[in-house]
Write a protein that binds this ligand. Structure first.
Ligand SMILES: Nc1nc2c(ncn2[C@@H]2O[C@H](COP(=O)(O)OP(=O)(O)OP(=O)(O)O)[C@@H](O)[C@H]2O)c(=O)[nH]1
Length: 463
């Protein structure tokens, strides 16, 4: 459990005040006790004096102790006059009691040194205090002693009564003082401190309005200095916050600028990648395209055929390959030049392309040799039709510049799986069939099936 600072200060001052009050009460009590005791003894001395002077008067009248009339009563009267006194008696010089105030009597203070004439002696016994006074006749002729006793209980009661009052009034004063002290303390310390704590709790770091409000507080004491320190702290916080905001703004600007740069770089990179892709596509196209005719080239058609064969093998579907080679092309080259030969290749390439179906793939293998891969049917009717359409193309003369040229064509046809189970076998069969056709003066020729080596179709026959 934590005790608040005002409460701690309060408790410390309270304990201190209680200690001071206790010490003061003890000192005051001791002083009062001393005073009361002396006062009591003085009263006993007066009574003892009184008795002694009466006895002296009677002795001065030449009376003997035995002749003192009513002296017991006089002893009692002395006691009655002062309630503090408990007993009184008259002893002769030999210590024999002559008169007393009440029964019982006071013991002769044997062994004690007795007072000289003109003085008294106070003796303290366990019963109380005894005041002894000599009875003197003439000069220094001690004829007896009066003794007055104060009971110890009475003495205590008499001395402690004022002490009790002292304590009570001291306590009452202490309580009144405490209430006043609490009021002053609350006004001077507790309330300002509580306000300080409240103000500190409500502070919003760096709030300029609160800084101004703190600076305007007029307390001149320590609390005022704490407010001033709080104002300075708030100002430092505000400065730090402003600096942070400025740095953040700078940082954000730098990040924005860097982000812009990165986005620009990214865009450029994306453009580069796109260009590169286009270039790669172009290169790929170039690598797979015959630059003269724009048809697929050998690099493209060979892996393509491998894939188509694999597919055909999986699906048990037939695949046809046509290889065609121009007849008399060298002559055009030789006669009209390569440029004309090139044009002839381009024109014939376009024409052949036109007679192919969507699913057929036409490629130029090189020179004046072309290949068509086509989806075949079980019978050869379709393949034959294709060959015939190609041959018909070559029947139309080529118009190049002012020239009208004529070319022939030799076509070899091979079917998978009939004429070969792999690409090499299939192409060899088609090639052989083409040469077969060429050897027969052009037209088309189907590769022979493995069980019958004789050609089953010849264009010559059908044409
Ligand atoms: N203009 C041109 N000629 C080419 C090209 N590629 C190859 N040639 C030529 O084409 C000719 C092909 O020769 P051949 O196949 O013997 O020509 P052909 O006269 O048709 O003879 P056969 O095929 O035996 O009927 C050669 O002279 C090659 O130099 C080309 O891209 N352009």
């Amino acid at each position: 459990m934590t005790i608040s600072l005002p409460l701690r200060i309060n408790l410390i001052s309270l304990v201190f005040a209680a200690l001071v009050a206790t010490v003061l009460t003890v000192i005051g009590g001791a002083f009062i006790y001393q005073q009361q005791r002396q006062n009591a003894i003085a009263r006993a001395q007066i009574a003892s004096d009184e008795l002694a002077s009466r006895a002296e008067r009677l002795l001065g009248m030449q009376l003997r102790y035995e002749d003192f009339l009513g002296f017991d009563e006089q002893c009692s009267a002395v006691i009655r006059n002062d309630p503090l006194l408990s007993e009184s008696a008259l002893f002769n010089e030999r210590g024999i009691q002559q008169y007393r105030s009440n029964a019982g009597g006071i013991a002769w203070p044997i062994g004690e040194s007795l007072p000289e004439p003109g003085s008294t002696r106070t003796l303290t016994t366990h019963n109380g205090v005894i005041v002894v006074h000599p009875v003197v006749l003439g000069k220094d002729n001690v004829r007896g002693y009066t003794i007055v006793a104060i009971n110890s209980e009475t003495l205590l009661r008499e001395t402690f009564r004022p002490i009790g009052w002292l304590v009570l009034s001291g306590m009452a004063l202490f309580i009144v003082g405490l209430v006043i002290q609490q009021g002053i303390f609350w006004r001077a310390v507790g309330r300002p401190l509580a306000r300080l704590v409240r103000t500190a709790d409500e502070l919003r770091p760096g709030d300029p309005a609160q800084i101004v409000a703190l600076q305007q507080l007029t307390e001149k004491d320590d609390i005022g200095r704490v407010y001033a320190a709080l104002a300075r702290l708030m100002q430092r916080l505000a400065d730090a916050r402003n600096e942070l905001v400025a740095q953040n703004t700078q940082l954000e600007a730098a990040v924005r600028e860097r982000t812009d740069q990165l986005e620009k770089a990214n865009a450029e990179l994306a453009l580069d990648i796109e260009r590169r892709k286009e270039l790669e596509d172009e290169l790929r196209t170039l690598a797979s395209t015959d630059s003269l005719t724009g048809l697929a080239n050998r690099s493209f058609i060979m892996p393509y055929l491998e894939r188509r064969l694999e597919q055909a093998r999986r699906n048990y579907s037939p695949l046809g390959v046509v290889i065609l080679d121009f007849d008399g092309f060298k002559n055009i080259n030789d006669t009209y030049g390569h440029a004309v030969g090139d044009q002839a290749l381009q024109i014939m390439g376009r024409r052949i392309e036109q007679v192919c179906r969507q699913s057929d793939v036409l490629a130029r293998l090189g020179g004046d040799e072309f290949l068509i891969a086509f989806e075949a049917f079980l019978d050869d009717t379709q393949a034959e039709a294709l060959c015939r359409r190609i041959i018909m193309l070559f029947e139309q003369p080529l118009q190049i510049n002012s020239l009208s040229l004529k070319l022939g064509v030799s076509i070899g046809v091979a079917m998978f799986p009939r004429n070969g189970s792999d690409l090499v076998a299939l192409l060899t069969a088609a090639d052989r069939a083409m040469y077969q056709a060429k050897s027969e003066g052009g037209g088309f020729h189907f590769a022979p099936t493995s069980h019958t080596l004789t050609p089953h179709v010849s264009n010559q026959a059908s044409l």
